[in-house]
Design a binder for this molecule. Structure first.
Ligand SMILES: *[C@@H]1O[C@H](CO)[C@@H](O)[C@H](O)[C@H]1NC(C)=O
Length: 869
């Protein structure tokens, strides 16, 4: 959140803006704790199963409607995948236990069984199955909890500063813009005076929300102060973000905004204790650390009137460590930065697979720090990323947007042969060094020696390719990209040798397609464009251009209207996989669509609204309303009144008119009834065949039963009598259509569910709200994105609709997540009695509750014309 105090612009001429930063960054944490956190099981026998049923894919079979005229032809649908084996049991493939609600009401945590101890090995919280796709590889262990054993005398390594390997000469530093800031249009609506009655009602709501915040803060303070997260059910804490106190730092601005100044001041003492130079975790997830810690500190510093110097000092201390991640030949950051001196002292290269949102969402925090400290280095660091993104923007497989993963290494690897450079040892090794391998679970150290090994770079195989030779030269930043491949800046691979053909940001090596969207992994790259524009006083037009260009493509290719039962006109954002750039506006041949709704994407409503105002795109304001309303609708659709983390819907064929089409919906839920019938018949035939075979086996021993056979058969309970040679069973089954009384039972004829019944059964078993075709992730992890957009819509339009909807959302979230200690993520929003996941991410206090609070505070509190959220 950035404060723009325009008055000061006139008072202190040299300062173009004084801006307050505080968590503008929604936590792009697509690695929710809940993914790996143990499920808190209520009574073992009564509790629903932990995981939701996962049916086959039903996505991408239908039309797509671009937002902006003229209408574009529908893209070719992705081939539907065959339905799972059908038959009577198919609909029941879903665990029927899902229907059994636990006996305990959700709030009663009294007899929650103790969850297993958190596994201290790597937590792959990264991919939300079904939403992010399987191709999302080893990147981004944003959350990682490492618990070291108690070992007195264990050496405690600390980060140290080393000279940079690839410094930017001071005359080449990209400097903060100076000059008279451009006029940025007013964001907030004109609000009418409220009546006394209205004010009382509003203040009641405000007090309710504040009480919830106080409740959760108290739980954190008494159980987990100074640690990253509270365990809101069991008590105790977790440290998945280096153990520096993520919740503490992230929540400071909320404390201030809610008038809890005493708590804020007391928290300063805890802030002083943070030691950013060490952790039990070996790598710093740069993005998470920037948004939670650096953003939290700077935001708190600004909102408290820049009176608490410790906040800025700590921010600088942290930034000095983080800036080391940018010390690469092309100055693109290493996103998982090993802080140990052994590693820092070596040269590195950025990775070949970097999540777009991570590399694209560092700008605000570093910019704000540069403004506060007048250190251009911080601004230079992120301005180079912006420049690279700008260069790449029209050279992707969906020009105008950036792929969800990018190669930031600066080295082209696919054309190694054509560059006629020396081979790299055995081909397999060379190959192995370039193709990202699936993440290997790393064991947490259990003793002093293994801890030192763990921290030391020589044991970090997966980082091997990011090491570069000492003799690597810094990239020539100002040079026009050269056509001739140049080999320089060698990369050491596992074979010990490599080289570099320079390039800018690119698709990851050997990829044949790229994914594009606004969801997790790309979201805040787009979101930061208008915000960075505001932060820089409108002086860097680059951000406006990049935003406007990308939004053209978002409107044309990403946004769609979902088909729902009522005639509410909503918008969702699809994820598109592209194999090549479309040849023209009507060419959708290279694109395949996943029509999804995810909680993370809900930020986009607020983004469209802000973009509409500051860049004067009036039509985007109605788009913003439709998009935000899509999230509101997703909350309203479920049993709890809370939106699930991720699901799929159908896209309307025509955005202008989209009546509910039951036939179409049912077809998606049961796309191949004939196939189901056929499968059931095949299964039946097979069973009959094996039953017959079994019967035959029964007869054989009658002719010449060996001892073994006899024993075998005897085990089946069939008796033989007489001599070995001549005895036959008393009755041959072959002759009888009836199963033999003492023989093998013949299978029943299959009864296959009709299309209608199958669909009904699926809807019931999977608890699909009307319009949902699949729920890929059922949980709610206290995320802020939806309420954030509702809040922005309210402040920008003044329309009371958003307050009404926001209050309903608050009531639902509060009812189902509150624990004795604080609030917890829940496992299934479609269940009438969801279970707690015993996780409370820092964004609950830092963002979610803050937005609920600001929605009902007076619009002048944290006015969006003074602050950038
Ligand atoms: C409803 O969907 C079915 C199947 O996709 C289609 O054949 C039919 O034309 C649709 N009906 C209307 C009124 O659009």
């Amino acid at each position: 959140m950035l404060r723009i105090r325009r008055y000061r612009v006139f008072v202190a001429f040299t300062i173009i803006f004084v801006l307050t930063v505080f968590h503008f960054a929604r936590s792009r944490d697509w690695s929710p704790a809940a993914e790996s956190a143990p499920l808190v099981d209520l009574a073992e026998s009564n509790g629903p199963p932990a995981s939701a049923p996962d049916h086959d894919s039903t996505s991408s079979q239908h039309g797509f409607v671009p937002e902006s005229p003229p209408q574009i032809a529908k893209p070719e649908a992705k081939k539907p995948e065959p339905e799972a084996v059908g038959g009577a049991g198919a609909a029941g493939a879903t665990d029927s236990k899902l229907d059994t609600p636990p006996k305990t009401p959700p709030k009663d945590t009294s007899h929650i069984s103790k969850p297993d101890k958190i596994d201290s090995t790597v937590q792959y919280g990264n991919s939300i199955p079904g939403i992010l796709g399987p191709d999302f590889g080893p990147q981004g262990q944003g959350r990682l909890e490492v618990t070291l054993p108690d070992a007195p005398g264990r050496p405690e390594p600390h980060w140290r500063k080393f000279p940079e390997h690839f410094p930017v000469p001071s005359e080449k530093l990209i400097k903060l813009p100076t000059g008279q800031p451009n006029k940025i249009p007013k964001l907030q609506a004109q609000f009418a005076e409220e009546s006394a009655v209205e004010q009382v009602a509003r203040n009641q709501k405000l007090a309710t929300i504040k009480e919830a915040f106080e409740h959760a803060w108290k739980g954190y303070k008494s159980n987990a102060m100074g640690h990253d997260e509270l365990r809101p059910v069991e008590g105790g804490y977790r440290d998945p973000f280096l153990g520096w106190g993520a919740t503490l730092v992230d929540s400071l601005d909320s404390l201030w905004i809610m008038g809890m100044e005493d708590e804020f001041v007391a928290a300063m003492e805890e802030i002083k204790k943070i030691d950013f130079t060490t952790s039990s975790r070996k790598d710093i997830p740069v993005f998470e650390t920037v948004i939670r810690y650096l953003g939290g500190l700077l935001g708190a510093y600004d909102i408290s009137g820049q009176k608490y110097r410790v906040l800025l000092d700590k921010a600088i201390e942290l930034a000095e460590i983080l800036i080391g991640a940018f010390d690469t030949p092309n100055r693109m950051p290493v996103m998982y930065y090993n802080w140990a001196p052994d590693y820092v002292s070596q040269p590195h290269r950025a990775n070949t697979r970097v999540v777009l949102a991570e590399i694209g969402s560092l700008s605000m925090e570093f910019t704000r720090l540069a403004q506060l400290t007048k250190e251009d280095r911080y601004y230079d660091a992120i301005a180079r990323i912006t420049n690279e993104l700008e260069k790449m923007q029209d050279n992707t497989r969906l020009p105008g947007m950036w792929p969800i993963q990018v190669d930031a290494s600066g080295c082209k690897k696919a054309h190694r042969k054509s560059a006629q450079l020396p081979p790299l040892g055995k081909p397999e090794e060379a190959q192995g060094a370039n193709v990202p391998s699936p993440p290997m679970p790393m064991r947490a150290p259990t003793d002093v020696e293994s801890y030192m090994n763990y921290i030391s770079p020589s044991h970090q195989k997966r980082d091997a390719e990011s090491f570069v030779h000492e003799d690597t030269e810094p990239a020539v930043y100002d040079a026009v990209p050269t056509q001739t491949p140049v080999a320089r800046a060698p990369v050491i691979n596992e074979a010990g040798k490599s080289y570099c053909e320079e390039q800018g940001l690119a698709s990851p090596p050997y990829s044949s397609s790229d994914r594009f969207g606004l969801g997790g992994q790309s979201d805040s790259t787009y979101e930061y464009l208008p915000k960075e524009y505001m932060l820089l006083g409108g002086l860097v037009d680059q951000y406006r251009k990049m935003y406007q260009r990308s939004m053209e493509v978002v409107r044309d290719y990403i946004l769609f209207r979902p088909m729902i039962k009522d005639d509410r006109d909503l918008r969702f954002a699809a994820t598109v996989t592209s194999t090549r750039p479309p040849a023209g506006k009507d060419d959708f041949d290279s694109l395949s669509y996943q029509y999804e709704g995810t909680h993370l994407t809900c930020f986009a409503g607020g983004m469209f609204a802000v973009g509409a105002k500051i860049f004067d795109i009036p039509s985007d304001m109605s788009l913003a309303a439709k998009f935000t309303d899509g999230c509101v609708w997703s909350y309203e659709a479920t049993a709890t009144g809370i939106m699930p983390e991720g699901f799929e819907v159908l896209s309307c064929e025509n955005a202008a008119s989209c009546p509910w089409n039951e036939t179409r919906y049912n077809e998606v839920l049961d796309p191949h009834p004939e196939y189901r019938v056929k499968q059931a018949e095949l299964v039946y035939e097979k069973k009959v065949k094996s039953a017959k075979q079994a019967q035959k086996d029964l007869e054989k021993p009658a002719k010449a039963p060996s001892h073994d056979q006899e024993n075998q058969v005897a085990k089946r309970g069939v008796k033989f009598h007489g001599s070995e040679e001549t005895t036959t069973p008393s009755k041959t089954v072959e002759d009888s259509a009836e199963p033999h009384a003492s023989g093998v039972a013949m299978p029943d004829k299959p009864s296959v569910l009709s299309h209608e019944d199958f669909v009904k059964a699926r809807i019931q078993d999977e608890r699909l709200p009307a319009g949902f075709t699949k729920i890929s992730s059922r949980k709610y992890i206290l995320r802020p994105e939806a309420i954030e957009s509702v809040f922005i819509m309210y402040r920008l339009t003044g329309d009371n609709y958003w307050r009404e909807k926001g209050w309903k959302m608050y009531e639902a979230v509060s009812a189902y997540t509150r624990t004795e200690l604080a609030h917890s993520a829940i496992h299934d929003v479609t269940s009438g009695a969801p279970l707690f996941l015993d996780s409370m991410e820092s964004f609950w206090l830092a963002e979610t509750l803050k937005y609920f609070y600001l929605l009902f505070s007076d619009p002048s509190v944290v006015s969006l014309d003074e602050y950038v959220l």
